[in-house]
Every structure is written in C-alpha cells, then in structure tokens.
Design a protein around this ligand. Structure first.
Ligand SMILES: [Fe+2]
Length: 259
C-alpha cells in the first residue's frame, strides 16, 4: 500500500525552469506521442512536476523522420487548437511554440539551405545571437565526421547552438575534449532530466551530473516522448539528488521567449 502511494507521488520540482524546451508531443510526426490523448496525459504530468510552458521539438532526422518545417508548423497549429479545446478540463501547461531538434546528418544542410530552421529566442532581445538558438543532436550510434564544422558554420551565420543531451552519446566521456572545445566555442548544452534519473542507464546518468558539475550545462529538458517517459519524470520529481540539484543550480530555461 505504502509502495503504491510512494510510486505515484509527484512534486513540482522543476517549477524554477518554467519552460520545458525539449519534447516530442506533436502526435505522429516522429517517435514521440501517438495521439492527442497521449500528449494530453503526458502534459498533465509535466504540469504536475512544475512546468508552466512547453515548447515542442519534433525530430528533423534523415531518413527516419523526413519532416519539413512547413508541414510541422501546420500540424502544430492544428494541435494547438485541439489542446486549447481541452484546456478547460485538463490541468496542462501552456503550449508556447514549436521549434525543432535537428540531427546533424545527411539531411541537415538541406534544412539550413531552406532558410526555414525553427529556433528559439531569449526573452531579452539583447541576449543571444540574431537568428536565435538552434537545437541540434548527434547520432546516438557513432560519431560523424564534421560535427564541429557544421556547428561552427551555424554560429558564423548568426545562430547560437544548443547541443541536446550530450550525456547520451556513448563516444563522449565525462571530460571529453571534443565537448570541451564546443563549450569554448560558446555552444550551449541541454541535459535530459531523465538521464539524471537513470532512465538511459548508469553511464548517461553519471555523465549528466558530471557535465553539470563541469559547469557545461545551461538548459534542462524532459525529452518527453510518451507515457513511459512521463512515469520516469514523476520519479525524477521525487529523486532527492535531483531535488538538491534543482535547489542549487540555475538554468536558462526561464529566460527563453514565449514565441
Ligand atoms: Fe529529443
């Protein structure tokens, strides 16, 4: 009986972040949510752990998820309408906007060339690069050649770059000189909250804490995909080490603009 209650306990641990800036809740466009109802249920959990706002970041990943910016924005408009229709009877965060999680792969340059990259901005227009913040990820399997050049080129074009979940790439260790070099170039890092919980295994968990300790991490994200992730997020909200981290560390999530 006690175990049952403990398992379902949720705390608003992540309220200081205000905004979750990484999740896959636009239904049926990638490996995230499969329906409006699943997205709404996950969003209820996100509200319960403290998030007031959510930014969606569907995958742009070739050839697995060959999404286009125009199609994603159209789907986001329809999804926002459906979410708003449910707002009266569901306790859910505000859906603010849709950006993208761009994998640096064979399709990436095409998105760059289209001039339509979906980015974030800081609320303070004086903060950050002119074209905004671009969320990128690498392959989880093997390190591709030219990642640093691809990032450097974007910064030269007027973007800030956020690297998604550096702790999840098995080819980087806690003191990776490659990652250190990216930090020297001004690349922001975003760690997954579920990595801190151990959702992706002990190595990713250790690196997530190590990178934060190195002062390399400016953003936290949920990377929510489905109800299984939501269950792990509830667990993270009651994890003592994570609670302590949230009390002692400041992140930049709350500095992002709503649009
Ligand atoms: Fe993601």
């Amino acid at each position: 009986m006690f175990g049952f209650f403990k398992k379902n306990k949720v705390l608003p641990t992540f309220a200081p972040l205000v905004t979750d800036m990484h999740c896959h809740l636009l239904p049926l466009v990638d490996d995230g949510s499969k329906s409006l109802e699943e997205s709404l249920e996950v969003m209820e959990t996100m509200k319960a752990v403290g998030f007031e706002q959510i930014r969606l970041t569907p995958h742009f990943c070739y050839p697995r998820f060959p999404n286009s910016e125009d199609d994603i924005l159209e789907r986001f408009k329809n999804f926002s309408f459906e979410v708003d229709n449910n707002r009266d009877n569901r306790n859910i965060p505000r859906l603010t906007s849709c950006t993208g999680e761009y994998q640096i792969d064979d399709g990436f340059q095409g998105h760059v060339d289209s001039g339509k990259l979906l980015t974030y901005h800081f609320a303070d227009p004086k903060q950050g690069a002119e074209k905004g913040l671009l969320l990128v990820e690498f392959s989880l399997r093997q390190k591709r050649m030219g990642l640093d050049e691809a990032i450097f080129a974007r910064t030269m074009e007027g973007y800030d770059v956020i690297l998604a979940h550096p702790e999840r790439y098995p080819y980087f260790d806690s003191r990776s000189s490659f990652l250190e070099q990216l930090k020297e170039q001004g690349v922001y890092f975003q760690v997954n909250i579920l990595s801190l919980e151990g959702f992706y295994g002990p190595e990713a968990q250790k690196k997530a804490f190590d990178y934060i300790e190195n002062d390399w991490v400016e953003f936290l994200g949920t990377d929510m995909h489905n109800l299984g992730y939501a269950m792990a997020l509830k667990n993270a909200s009651t994890n003592k080490k994570i609670i302590k981290l949230m009390e002692s560390t400041e992140f930049l999530n709350s500095k992002l603009a709503v649009k």
